[in-house]
Design a binder for this molecule. Sequence first.
Ligand SMILES: Nc1ncnc2c1ncn2[C@@H]1O[C@H](COP(=O)(O)OP(=O)(O)OP(=O)(O)O)[C@@H](O)[C@H]1O
Length: 559
Amino acid sequence: MEEIFFMNSDIILKAEDLYFSYDDEQSHSLNGLSLEIKKGQKIAFMGANGSGKSTFFLCCTGILKPQKGKLFFHNKEVTYKKKELLDLRSKIGIVFQDPDNQLFSASVYQEISFGPLNLGHSEEETKKEVEEVIDYLEITPFRHKPTHALSGGQKKQVSIADILVMKPEIIILDEPAAALDPKHTTMVNHIVDQMTQNGITVLMATHDVNYAYEWADEILLFHEGKVLMHGTPAQVFSNRGVLKQTNLEPPAVLELFESLCRKGILKSSLPLPKNLNALEKYISDVKINTHYGGTKTVSKETKKAILAVSFGTSHNDTRKITIDAIEQDMQAAFPDYALYRAWTSKMIIKKVNARDGVHICNVKEAMEKMLQDGITDVLVQPTHVINGIENDLMKEDALAFQEQFHSISFGDPLLTSEQDNLAVIDAITSEFKTLTKDEVLVLMGHGTTHYANAIYAALDYTFKDKGYSNIFLGTVEAYPTMESLLKMVHAYQPKKVVLAPFMIVAGDHAKNDMASDEPDSWYSQFKAAGYDVEPVLKGLGEYTGIRKLFIEHLKTIDC
Ligand SMILES: Nc1ncnc2c1ncn2[C@@H]1O[C@H](COP(=O)(O)OP(=O)(O)OP(=O)(O)O)[C@@H](O)[C@H]1O
């Protein structure tokens, strides 16, 4: 019986623990590979030579059969039975790196018509399909040449035509620009763009970091036959550790952007530029405009708004005294501005909607709402703690509306400058004035894989530098970890540990990971280490000093 699994309907292709060996299991070219591909996405497969990308592609099209593991296409397990393979190959097409491995007919027409005829299409149908693709891929000028007499670029066009004529759902391109000159590379890239616009899912193996960074929705980084990391191009290319491990360099535009930030020419709080044009725009905005973003011609009437962007929380108790309180302070400080709210966590928005019937806008929806309300100038103030992934994505979403507003300006997240760090230390120490020398305060930050995570360890250091040797800052998801905190607290030898969230709200993490009785909560772990432990369920949004700092960030951009 066919095995049908429940999966997210967006997932078109899924690999589960695939193993493949070319040499009777002496070595594994696929080594427990698992991945999921969403429909309509542009996925770049990257990684060192020999990391298994092509082997995976050959398994997807049934040219190779994995020795272990499962592959699903549209939720259905690929069984590699002969009958099924023909159908699979008409839906998942592969364009090989070397066209000579693909083209085997004498003429261009014969070559492109082979697939449809093989699928049983009539001569007439096939002719129509082939002519369409010849026209679409601009093959007409060399359509009468024998295939062996074509140039490398022309052969590539024909090998793409071979696949496109089958109207596949997924196209796999194995280094499509390899050995092509810049003109033909641009042409192939253009064809790829058209394919994705037409809803085809494109999987592309490439070593071109600059192209992948700009083109892909997601990068899958292969290493030794499995996926080492996957994520948006910004997430993957910000992780220098994994790039080094997979022999990749960061894209030039990112290196240049970081260098300009280090020199103080650009603010590192800007979203990562997607390409050289975006970077150029940042640079030209520096000269002419302290804001960047809005390009719409100034209208006589301006209508200003603040968009307060938070991660969000499903805990109404903490929301009222943190996010709501911050927004109330913003409104009080800027009475002439309309105030809008957006949250960035899709999961929380969904949860609140289902539970309370309340719809909270995401950033895009809030921008659309402001447009409808006739807002011309927007100050976007995140309540994010650090300049991490959430903040970058939020800016990308807001800037998608760049052309429709006169100006869009962004306030910095909580911890952006040296002064911010000192102000946050002040806000926290005034909140915990009664802390004695026998007691330590351990703060729980969120933590992220983004390089901005370094701020947590830096702030922990600054607490000590400013004389607060009994205040420690760790994170629930990254470094500094609970393990480091236990060591550091142990070295201090306190009588009591006070725990508090270093997050805007005292929500799930504070209630569960920090303060609950669960054996792996921070409360239980410090308790088990022999300390008297007092959790304080107070989000940073409740601290007057923290709310004040967000208002100052807003005032900095309102000029
Ligand atoms: N036909 C083959 N016979 C034996 N071993 C092979 C064969 N093809 C690939 N391999 C081995 O399988 C491993 C994975 O190779 P694969 O071609 O899948 O990597 P890749 O990530 O596509 O590399 P590249 O970036 O160089 O195209 C390598 O160790 C390679 O030597």
